[in-house]
Design a binder for this molecule. Structure first.
Ligand code: CMP
Length: 161
């Protein structure tokens, strides 16, 4: 049965500075994920306090905020059947040093903090994070023709508008 989900990706300042944006987007595209939204912005203190509220008492919180504000970032909203779990596998665990080769962090990161991308970790956080960073009219429902080949019929539930 189809379980279409959306998840939020942040391409972090280290990836932007290291010219990795295109390669990261390519990995998601090649996997067969639909881009439902995409934009570039510089993160504000207000948004970072909200986004990282569960880390506010951690010793690395101020460094994390400084890092996330140091360059503009790119946001992606990705869509697909069970996409939240799939994207977590594609990016690998937080610490790039122990991430599997082949994952984004495994291939591009040697750090726990400078770990290239953020991705939502659950359905609840995906919904909250997408709402935090995207207005309704910045997200797109459209037919993706290659999905007829990427998915089996029972996994497919395309928006056609
Ligand atoms: P992210 O997936 O965005 O979620 C929280 C971020 O905090 C994480 O990626 C890292 O960038 C950062 N982080 C997590 N743990 C540590 C740590 N021990 N030291 C420094 N930064 C960390």
């Amino acid at each position: 049965m189809s379980n279409m989900q959306r998840t939020l990706i942040i391409v972090k300042p280290d990836a932007m500075q290291r010219n990795l944006l295109g390669r990261i987007v390519t990995r998601f595209e090649e996997k067969g994920l639909k881009i439902a939204g995409m934009k570039m912005t510089r993160l504000s203190d207000e948004k970072l306090d909200e986004h990282y509220i569960h880390h506010k008492d951690k010793p690395f919180f101020q460094d994390l905020k400084g890092f996330m504000k140091s360059s503009p970032v790119v946001f992606l909203v990705l869509e697909g059947h069970e996409v939240i779990e799939t994207v977590r596998l594609i990016i690998g665990p937080t610490n790039g040093r122990v991430a599997d080769a082949g994952s984004i962090r495994g291939d591009f990161s040697m750090s726990q903090a400078n770990n290239i991308v953020h991705a939502s970790d659950s359905l609840e956080s995906a919904e909250a994070e997408i709402k935090r960073f995207f207005a309704e009219d910045e997200l797109y429902d459209y037919q993706k023709d290659d999905w007829n080949w990427i998915y089996a019929t029972d996994e497919l539930d395309q928006n056609k508008n």
